[in-house]
Design a binder for this molecule. Structure first.
Ligand SMILES: CC(C)(COP(=O)(O)OP(=O)(O)OC[C@H]1O[C@@H](n2cnc3c(N)ncnc32)[C@H](O)[C@@H]1OP(=O)(O)O)[C@@H](O)C(=O)NCCC(=O)NCCS
Length: 147
C-alpha cells in the first residue's frame, strides 16, 4: 500500500525530530527555521518526512528521511515528488539542498551539483547552510518548470 503524504501538524514535531536524528540529519534549527513538513504514516508510526524552507522564489528542500526499515521501497522518491509539487504550487522556481550521503538519490530525480556560492544569499545565510551541514556536503539544485 502506498503511504499517504500529509501536511505535518504540531503533534508530529517530536516524531519528526526522532526520525531525523535517527537518520543523521540536523534538528537544532527546526524551531527557529520553521520548515514546512510533510509526513508519511503507517498506522501510528511515522515512516517518512521531508520539508521545504522557503526564501521567496527559492526553497531549501531539506530533512528528507525515511525510517530505516522502510527504505528502498520508493517512499523517499514519493516525498521528494510531493515537495516539488507543493513548491511549484507556491511559485517556487528553484529547489536547493545539501546532502552528505544521498547525492545519487537526488541525481536520479534531476538534481545537479552546484557551487554553494551560486545559491542566493538568503539561502546561504540560513542556519542549515551556515553551520549545520559541514562544508563537505554536496550542494545541489533543480529548476522547477511550471506544468
Ligand atoms: C535518502 C533517503 C531519503 C532515500 O529514501 P528511500 O525511500 O530509501 O529511497 P527510494 O526507495 O525512493 O529510492 C529512489 C531511488 O534512489 C536510490 N537511492 C536511495 N537512496 C540512495 C542513496 N543513499 N544513494 C544512492 N541511491 C539511493 C534507490 O535505489 C532508487 O533507485 P531507482 O531509481 O533505481 O529505483 C533515505 O535513504 C534516508 O532517509 N537517508 C537518510 C537521510 C538522508 O540522507 N536524507 C537526504 C538528505 S536531506
Amino acid at each position: 500500500m502506498v503511504p499517504r503524504l500529509q501536511t505535518a501538524t504540531a503533534e508530529d514535531a517530536e516524531r519528526i525530530r526522532v526520525l531525523l536524528e535517527l537518520s543523521g540529519l540536523p534538528t537544532s534549527d527546526l524551531t527557529a527555521s520553521k520548515p514546512e513538513f510533510i509526513v508519511a504514516y503507517e498506522h501510528a508510526e511515522l515512516i517518512g518526512a521531508g520539508a521545504l524552507q522557503r526564501f521567496a522564489a527559492v526553497a531549501l528542500l531539506r530533512s528528507v528521511a525515511v525510517a530505516p526499515h522502510r527504505r528502498a521501497s520508493g517512499l523517499g522518491r514519493l516525498i521528494v515528488q510531493e515537495l516539488e509539487r507543493r513548491a511549484r504550487a507556491a511559485d517556487v522556481t528553484q529547489l536547493v539542498l545539501l546532502t552528505q550521503a544521498a547525492r545519487r538519490f537526488f541525481e536520479r530525480q534531476g538534481y545537479r551539483a552546484i557551487e554553494r556560492q551560486s545559491v542566493p544569499q538568503a539561502v546561504q545565510a540560513s542556519e542549515e547552510f551556515r553551520s549545520l551541514c559541514p562544508t563537505s556536503a554536496t550542494c545541489m539544485a533543480k529548476t522547477l518548470i511550471r506544468p
